[in-house]
Design a protein around this ligand. Structure first.
Ligand SMILES: [Zn+2]
Length: 65
């Protein structure tokens, strides 16, 4: 369960972020380099009460070096 940082309401998880006008999503990488390791897609949660959008990555094991 993901809680809104603003109003502490339970957020709606599992949304996806898309670039308008194209079918592309976004991807998380571990540096600014073009060939950085791609860690996968971040997840998006939306608060149904205040509209706060939270982008998060649930596979945090990949971030541990
Ligand atoms: Zn909220």
């Amino acid at each position: 369960m993901r809680e809104c940082i603003r109003c502490h309401t339970e957020m709606v998880e599992g949304c996806d972020l898309k670039v308008q006008g194209a079918g592309y999503g976004i991807i998380l990488a571990d540096s600014e380099k073009i060939f950085a390791n791609r860690l996968g897609k971040p997840k998006v949660a939306v608060c149904p009460k205040c509209g706060e959008v939270s982008i998060y990555f649930d596979n945090v094991d990949l971030l541990k070096k």
